[in-house]
Design a protein around this ligand. Structure first.
Ligand SMILES: NC(=O)c1ccc[n+]([C@@H]2O[C@H](COP(=O)([O-])OP(=O)(O)OC[C@H]3O[C@@H](n4cnc5c(N)ncnc54)[C@H](OP(=O)(O)O)[C@@H]3O)[C@@H](O)[C@H]2O)c1
Length: 330
């Protein structure tokens, strides 16, 4: 890719996150809002007009075939990610795919194989990992500021009113709290502690999806991590990484956090960082994609395949323990 031209983006799906992402894209100088696709031509046209995309398509396949697109952002429900990403990779498009990247590890492995075979860029849109506050915490950890990590507690739970049509509550869309919410705290935990030795988990399952889940991960030497997530009750939604010499706290809504604080062993605050979004917080993952494409990287160092796959493996194990599979898997 020439370093001096804008990167032409295509978006597949015109739902909630596609709007937020397009807003961020509009503020990124290196991005060209090139094309958007919906299953409904009028929706695509409206979306294109709202954000200033050059082209709109009434099917995902048409967008995938457009030879001018550099990278496609996939913003469809989890159950569609594998199909939509395959479609784009098959037509030689680089892909940024929303979380959870697929329904299960097997689907992810298929995508990674295809991306590698085609020599294309592929990344899960795990925006949290690209944010300055998150990166600051990783910097503190690497520098040994809290000593050896002994425990991580990370939650993500809100009250979400039931809507039978919302993908969150639909098994056929890959709904449920695990793939929608727990994926964030699990990603943080995997980043710090990698694969656990054992997992104990439970979930409240109704109508084929988990409304809430509780996951305890055990690591060597008595190190533990735990996650609570769900749609039924609000929690503080913070994350704490505790070590032998102190702790790191992400405040409320840790996944969107602008604040990260370091404490010493006595619990005294020693450093605190606040980062304002330049746009809406999604600009950082967009910039990471631009960085990779301009440098001909097929895999992001911030969101490597190994970590995406490691988290997916944990989520597969949880669902196995709950006896929960999606219609598409049977
Ligand atoms: N990064 C984040 O912060 C964040 C936040 C929310 C969601 N997400 C992820 O983004 C993805 C989309 O979430 P969302 O909340 O934007 O969902 P949404 O509002 O339901 O939008 C999903 C879009 O996907 C398309 N679609 C394709 N097949 C569909 C089907 N069978 N049922 C419903 N829609 C279908 C539709 O677009 P067309 O009608 O235009 O084809 C729909 O508007 C999910 O993977 C989710 O986990 C990420």
């Amino acid at each position: 890719m020439q370093n001096n031209r804008k990167i032409r983006w295509g978006i597949i799906g015109t739902g909630r996150i596609a709007h937020t992402f397009a807003e961020a894209l509009s503020g990124c100088e290196e991005a060209e809002l090139y094309a958007v696709a919906s299953r409904t031509a009028q929706k695509a046209a409206d979306f294109a007009e709202k954000f200033g995309f050059l082209k709109s398509y009434g099917s995902y396949a048409e967008l995938a075939q457009d030879e001018n697109i550099d990278v496609v952002y996939i913003a469809t429900p989890m159950s569609s990610h594998c199909h939509d990403a395959k479609l784009c990779l098959a037509h030689d498009k680089n892909v940024l795919c929303e979380k959870s990247v697929t329904l299960n590890l097997h689907q992810l492995e298929e995508l990674l194989e295809l991306a590698k075979m085609k020599n294309l860029f592929f990344m899960e849109a795990m925006w949290m990992k690209c944010r300055p506050a998150y990166r600051k915490a990783m910097e503190w950890l690497k520098a040994g500021r809290i000593g050896q990590v002994r425990y991580i507690k990370a939650d993500f739970s809100n009250f979400v009113p039931f809507d039978a049509n919302d993908r969150l509550f639909r098994a056929d869309c890959g709904g449920g709290a695990l793939l929608d919410l727990a994926v964030y705290p699990l990603t943080l935990i995997y980043d710090v502690l990698a694969s656990p030795d054992s997992i104990i988990s439970n979930a409240n399952i109704q109508n084929g999806i988990d409304w809430s889940n509780h996951i305890l991960l055990r690591y060597p030497d008595g190190v533990f991590a735990s996650v609570d997530s769900g749609f039924e009750i609000p929690l503080r939604n913070n994350a704490v990484i505790s070590g032998t010499d102190g702790m790191i706290l992400f405040g409320d809504w840790f996944l969107c956090t602008r604040d990260v604080t370091l404490y010493d062993r006595a619990g005294t605050e020693t450093e605190s960082c606040h980062f304002e979004n330049r746009i809406n917080g999604y600009e950082y993952e967009i910039e990471e994609v631009h960085h990779c494409l301009k440098n001909n990287l097929k895999e992001s160092t911030l969101i490597p395949y190994q970590s995406t796959a490691g988290v997916m493996k944990i989520m597969d194990e949880c669902r196995k323990q709950w006896g929960l599979s999606f219609p598409e898997e049977s």
